[in-house]
Ligand binder design. Structure first.
Ligand SMILES: [Zn+2]
Ligand SMILES: [Zn+2]
Length: 373
């Protein structure tokens, strides 16, 4: 039977207010306008759960083991004509079938830690040591929760079944119900002398150092899964997984877009006009940049394979060097005279006003590069 309490995420003894609040929250999250089609099925489930649990009659019926929304269920609230024998049977006999004792050892929770990386570590990959606070198996009791030299023993109250039968009176006469044994919490065993180090839980909190291989190409938000490195479960149960979530620090000179890197190189006007060879300090060390005579502001020079390593394949992205031409300021007399002479030679003393076309201008080149076109 569908667990409507679980669908709404409320305890079985939730008040009508709690149920209404939980429903409103989920309805907002799963509304088709917000979640799209993906949330549609869950939205229907949530609506059905609320329909049942918000109605005192239907909720009571449901708590007795009958789903009032299923065919044959008493939709009107009472035991109507459509209420079949099977439903009555399940209401009084099936709703509390003994399920056997609950195991003490359960799987532990997954854990999440964050790891700050420098850009170069994301570019090349890295090996990092991280400290995690998680639950580990208690060394004193080995996880079973009993003080060394003592053992858990079978529960006297339920004889190890984990549940007890109760006889209840109803208008159908005496009926048997099964309830979890309160003496042992449903485990079927009790620990007479719990381990003092873990209070009988079989696990303790501890700080561990774990080494993580960070592959090249990770980005902010990437999660690296380390299987079975999460919390050990209660009763020494298997550990959950540990997720390491990457946060990449911003770099002073390089900007990352996907696996491409971008930087801006400032070049004096004369060097851009005459051409030169410059040394660029990249993450791979010094690289020579060959500026052709007549290099334009906004021009992009691509250094192949000097970008970020691809996460899911071999190879690396590119490093794109954006040229920023610096126009000289504070010219002295001699420099001014020389530039004036140059402008005369080039017939640029009175340049005409020319607007660049949108296609092919500095802005479109920059935009195309950033959007990967
Ligand atoms: Zn212990
Ligand atoms: Zn018991």
């Amino acid at each position: 039977m569908t667990d409507y309490y679980e669908i709404l995420g409320v305890p079985r003894d939730a008040t009508p207010e709690q149920i209404k609040k939980a429903y409103r929250k989920l309805a907002r999250e799963l509304h088709p306008d917000v979640a799209g089609e993906a949330g549609e099925d869950r939205f229907k489930d949530v609506a059905r759960a609320y329909e049942v649990l918000s109605n005192p009659d239907k909720r009571q019926q449901y708590d007795m083991g009958v789903d009032p929304t299923s065919p044959g269920g008493g939709a009107g609230g009472g035991f109507g004509a459509g209420f079949g024998f099977q439903d009555i049977f399940e209401t009084f006999f099936g709703g509390g079938q003994p399920t056997g004792p609950v195991p003490r050892a359960r799987r532990g929770n997954d854990a999440l830690v964050r790891l700050d990386l420098e850009l170069s570590e994301a570019v090349f990959g890295a090996k990092r040591e991280i400290q995690v606070d998680t639950a580990v198996v208690c060394n004193t009791c080995g996880g079973d929760g009993a003080r060394p030299g003592t053992h858990a023993r079978t529960c006297d109250v339920c004889q190890g079944r984990g549940s007890v039968q109760r006889v209840a009176r109803s208008f159908l006469g005496q009926v048997m119900t099964n309830q979890p044994c309160s003496a042992c919490g449903g485990f079927g065993t009790v620990i007479p002398e719990p381990c003092t180090d873990c209070s009988g839980e079989g696990r303790v909190r501890s700080r561990r150092t774990i080494s993580v291989n960070v592959p090249a190409g990770v980005d902010t938000g990437t999660r690296i899964k380390l299987s079975a490195q999460g919390e050990v479960g209660p009763g020494g149960g298997p550990a959950g997984d540990l997720y390491v979530e990457i946060r990449e620090r911003a770099h002073d000179t390089f900007v990352r877009r996907g696996d491409e890197l971008h930087c801006t190189l400032q070049v004096p006007m004369t060097a851009a006009a005459l051409g030169t060879v410059l040394e660029l300090d990249t993450l791979d060390g010094l690289q020579e940049i060959d500026l052709r005579p007549g290099t334009q502001p906004g021009q992009v020079m691509t250094l192949k394979g000097l970008g970020v390593g691809h996460l899911h394949s071999a190879g690396r992205g590119d490093l794109n060097v954006h040229i920023e031409v610096q126009v000289p300021m504070g010219l002295d007399e001699e420099q001014t005279a020389l530039l004036q002479q140059l402008s005369v030679l080039r017939g640029e003393e009175r340049p005409e006003s020319r607007l660049a076309s949108v296609q092919g201008g500095v802005f479109s080149r920059l935009r195309d590069k950033l959007s990967g076109r």
